[in-house]
Ligand binder design. Structure first.
Ligand code: GDP
Ligand code: MG
Length: 441
């Protein structure tokens, strides 16, 4: 609702604007919250600075404080940063067999996540998946993957002792091709810290299989470290996305923000436990709420905005009932329809208007007609819009020509406007307060 009505009521919402001081004061607290959530210092600093410029002068919703308003702005901005392009969680697994390379530090959750993702690909997407462990350093690592595979019913590449990671990768590719697999996942070895040997190894593997996805698995509880790791891996092997693990823990997930801000890579999934189904698609709203840790305030501001919108809708209704339905109102309605690709908008919200909505729809409204009608209104002057009675022949000609249409088109529009205005007036007489109150529920 807020989005639908937002632009429309902008003018009316402004009861005060955020001063530079308001914003500064509130952002001091936000900055602390970000740092406590483990957002890296430079990222927190940049983020706060951006908000400072962006928020100053913005409107404050009635009944909330400037500080609360700033928190809400920060919250929305967090979601913006966290949101990657495209559908979250979507993996490129066309062109079978599609290789997925899993990289990251030791203990970040690579092997576990490989299993979780394989299970998901198998169950949700109906893919045939082959998993292969390239971890030749820890003897138990390959067994660990094999055990997971057996548990979730996903095949693993048979273990051949003494093989180098690159050779295992080649073997996995071959087996995936011959065995008719849709996807093969390569679970690489991690180290405690980034080192050259590890990076070179991953690079070689990458060159051999040319992965469709290279997913970096990082521990969501490690703030700054996670960011450095992401930068290193991205520079050396190039990553296509990130999986944040241990988001079931107490951490506030600031790593997510740092990661997005620094690498720009999408966060695709979050790990929420040790079990094989503890993997979820990344949801920016949820993480934003967690990072900021001010969910109550955000909810409060949202509620206040909704209340104000309802009040404004009521005020608008009252005007309509007095027959004050002008061309600007009509244009707004048309734009709403266009936005929603249908007629469920403002009219749908108001009881009694559903019928009219239906009529309009039956009259064969589609996008191009809406756009043309909006163009006609746009070609009217301010005065004409406020008072359509002014429209005599010469004005009509000018308006139609301005929109590249015929006077007959304009006449149709004017007729529709009159009908709508009438209807609103009638409804107003019928319903009075009762209907209005109902409409606001
Ligand atoms: P790898 O060294 O990167 O392969 O890491 P592992 O997959 O072996 O995981 C290391 C430990 O972290 C294991 O005990 C996993 O069960 C645990 N783990 C992995 N992902 C998660 C997660 O999302 N939440 C929790 N709580 N534990 C996890
Ligand atoms: Mg492992």
């Amino acid at each position: 609702l807020s989005e639908r009505l937002g632009g429309v009521f902008d003018r009316l919402t402004k009861q005060g604007a955020l001063s530079e001081d308001d914003v500064k004061t509130a952002l001091r607290e936000v900055r602390v919250a970000l740092l406590e959530a483990d957002v890296s210092l430079p990222v927190a600093r940049d983020f706060v600075k951006k908000i400072q410029d962006q928020a100053t002068g913005q409107a404050v919703t009635k009944s909330v404080t400037p500080g609360q308003q700033v928190v809400k702005i920060v919250h929305d901005a967090l979601i913006d940063v966290l949101q990657g392009e495209g559908e979250p969680g979507a993996l490129k697994v066309d062109n079978p067999p599609a290789p997925i390379l899993m990289v990251g530090l030791q203990g970040s959750g690579k092997t576990t996540t490989t299993g979780k993702l394989a299970k998901r690909l198998k169950e949700k997407d109906g893919k045939r998946v082959l998993m292969a462990s390239l971890d030749v350093y820890r003897p138990a690592a390959m067994d660990q993957l094999a055990v997971l595979g057996a548990q979730i019913g996903v095949d693993t590449l048979p273990i051949v002792p003494g093989q180098k990671p690159v050779d295992i990768a080649k073997r996995a590719k071959q087996q995936a091709t011959m065995g008719g697999y849709d996807v093969y996942m390569l679970d690489t070895a991690g180290r405690l810290h980034i080192d050259e040997v590890l990076m070179d190894e991953v690079e070689q593997v990458r060159n051999v299989v040319n992965p469709r996805e290279t997913l970096l698995v990082v521990d969501g509880l490690t703030g700054q470290v996670a960011v450095e790791v992401a930068e290193e891996f991205d520079a050396k092997v190039g990553i296509s996305g990130v999986v944040l693990t241990r988001m079931d823990g107490d951490g506030r997930g600031g790593a997510a923000l740092s990661m997005r801000a620094v690498t720009g890579k999408p966060i695709k999934y979050v790990g929420l436990g040790e079990k094989m189904d503890a993997l979820e698609t990344f949801e920016p709203e949820r993480i934003a709420g967690r990072i900021l840790g001010m969910g109550d305030i955000v909810a409060l501001v949202e509620k206040a905005q909704e209340t104000i919108e309802a009040e404004q809708a009521e005020r608008m209704m009252k005007r309509f009932q007095k027959g004050q339905f002008n061309m600007n109102d009509l244009k707004m309605q048309l734009e709403q329809m266009l936005k929603m690709g249908g007629m469920e908008g403002i009219m749908g919200m108001m009881p009694g208007m559903g019928k009219m909505a239906k009529q309009v729809q039956e009259a064969g409204f589609d996008d191009s007609i809406l756009k043309r009608q909006i163009a006609l209104i746009q070609s009217m002057t301010k005065k004409e819009r406020a008072n359509p009675q002014l429209l005599q022949a010469s004005r009509k000609k000018r308006i139609a020509a301005g929109a590249g249409m015929e006077v007959s088109d304009l006449n149709k529009l004017l007729k529709m406007h009159r009908q709508m205005a009438d209807m609103m007036k009638k409804m107003g007489k019928m319903g009075k307060g009762g209907m209005l109150k109902q409409a606001m529920k």
